[in-house]
Ligand binder design. Sequence first.
Ligand SMILES: Nc1ncnc2c1ncn2[C@@H]1O[C@H](COP(=O)(O)OP(=O)(O)OP(=O)(O)O)[C@@H](O)[C@H]1O
Ligand SMILES: [Mg+2]
Length: 735
Amino acid sequence: MNETKNISEVKDEYTRFDSAKKFISDHLIPENKSPNDATDYIRARIAKQYQIKDTEMKKLLTNHYRVSLNTLAKLKMEEAKANKQKTINESKKATPRIVPKGIVNDKVTDFEKYTYPSYYSVKDGKLLKTIEVTDPFTKEIETIDKDISLTPFVLCKRTQPGIDKKPYYTIRYPISRFSLEQGEFTVLNSDFSDLNIMHKTLAAHGINIPAEQRKDVNEYITKFIYELGHLLKVEPLIERNGWNEDNSVFAMGKKGITADKIIPVTTLVKGSKHCDSLMQKGTLKEWISTVEPVMEYDLSRYMFYDSMTAPLLKLLHHENIVTCHSGESSRGKTLLAWIASSTMGDPKELQCKADSTANAVLAHVVGFNDMPVDIEEVTVAKTLEIMPSVIYTLSNGIDKGRCTIDGTLRDDIKSFRTSARITTENPLSDYVKNVGGLVRNREQCELLPKDEKLAIIAKAAKRNIQGNYGFFYPLYIQHIMKNIDRLETLYNNAYKMLNDIAIESVPKESISIVCRQTDSYALDIVAGILTEEVFQEIGMPTKSKEEIENIVLDNYMRMVLDKPVDLPYMKALKEISAWIASTQEFVKNGEKNFSRDIAGEVTDTEIRIIGKAFTEKMKSVGLSSSVREDFKVQGLTKNTNERITVNGNSIKGFKINRKVMDEKLGLNVKGDKKFNTDICCNEILETIKFMTSKLDKEVVEPYILKVVLGYEVTEHLKKLEKEGKVKKTESGYYI
Ligand SMILES: Nc1ncnc2c1ncn2[C@@H]1O[C@H](COP(=O)(O)OP(=O)(O)OP(=O)(O)O)[C@@H](O)[C@H]1O
Ligand SMILES: [Mg+2]
């Protein structure tokens, strides 16, 4: 129906030749056509224009205008020749191109305004390429816009390539069709060469590319690099937060801190936590007035210095620091951690809630290399579950490859530096049985005073620092950069001061373990000195060097000197003592024992332990069975491995000298004093004290006392109870 109607319309129109002439003159004829072809061509054009069948048109033309059209066609061919050049130019007009100069693709709101390689443009929210196509029918060359990507995107930055450095490009794209917000991500140049990787990477950011267009997109990117790559802004490449190789740049998210300015960097660190939370908000002035009243307290000062050791670890070649801050609820523990975090960015965002797995906590920490981290206990049960592993890994700074950390840790980076703070209700030594872990972990059990004034200050401060953050840390880093030559001396002086005090006050056998701890407190002093210098610069009340040293020294005495960590062999002895006392696994003095799990035999002079059982036991308490070597050095055993007799059977194991063991544990050496009540009472008191304080037993059952001491204790206990020296519960005695 349509066609019939069209033909009649055309008939009307083409009865007037002028009108046909006009139509034809608007359509140039390719110059290489014969007159007959030219006629056919014109006929086809008219047919196409009016959507009528070619046969119908042929009839129409043949009947009326064949001759005239032939003449006209010839004329048009001449004209076409002359116009050839013009035609080409006009087709190019579709992509007007000004050769760009200077830096291209700084951020603008409208994607149409970015600079694209020749023939590419953005229209109606799509990335297009203008191409020339030949109409298969008319053989005419036309320019059309082909969709390349349904989401526009541009290359906007690159990194400087070097001999060992691969070039990275940053792609900018609209985060959604309905938003003006633009996202960016960085890709390795070579990732473009694999169509699959390229497509996946782009699609992961919501860039919508039909599968069949992958090649076109690849060509677009290649052209972009070829034509405009040299005009893109060049930024230093940052693979992770923290110090770069030569300590000239310290990366904090998208900021690069150098000694005298803050520069933008291209970061491979992804994710809002590790990148976007390291921002500034509010003012430095507000931050100062918020934290000032809290920072008056020595504890606040110390905890702040402790966090500020993080960027010094690399420079002073120090292992990671893990400090646990424990104590009752609502005493400002989180507040103090937030104050440290607020030097870098949003404290709430920067905190890591230990609520999932050890790997999740580590993933968080790894992303904040060279920065302090705040790990907050969520429940005691969770802490018990994940903290031992977290602390072990944190203190070693090595991700042992157990966790796959998406986006935050590249395959080739396995170590990380941090000063971590864990806030919990109970001291961490309750959770961590491993001595190695304990040595490196520091317990802060001091709390801010509990008072009304502080309650108000704490509440206000917690609220206010959420609106004012991100100022101190960059200044502090710059201050470190400017004072890098002083660090070693500051450290050595601080270490010497602490070490001299330690040597005076610690028994020889523990000194090596204490020394291992001393260096982290020396670092606290260095951080304290640098911190106070920045405080002075920004107009905060400051502490003198002596005051700083005293603050750290107080904590060093409390956290280290007053409670030296047990040497592994001492810890093992205590475990053995508790093992014998609290289980039926040891045969007593040749008595027959029908327990299924026999671990050894106890005689008046020695403890015989089966090797296999010992290894299992040590494993269960986080100790190495190689402490047997230490036993030998300490004179506790002659052979670390020999045949022993247990329950009448010969088996592999070793013997501990009871006398030496009791001396080491500080227990009285037993002589023939069974009937001396005073000696017995004293011994009972000491044993109860030892078991309740050192072995964490709440009460000691009488039968255990009997086994440990080797004599009847009931009468003595009654006497002691009467004298009020011990107290009795249903299950046992305590002091
Ligand atoms: N020293 C203090 N004296 C009295 N109240 C305080 C003190 N410190 C903090 N608070 C109150 O407790 C609230 C919580 O503070 P914060 O989160 O720092 O405590 P916390 O010690 O981390 O407690 P939790 O163990 O429950 O996490 C504050 O908003 C404030 O009201
Ligand atoms: Mg808290």
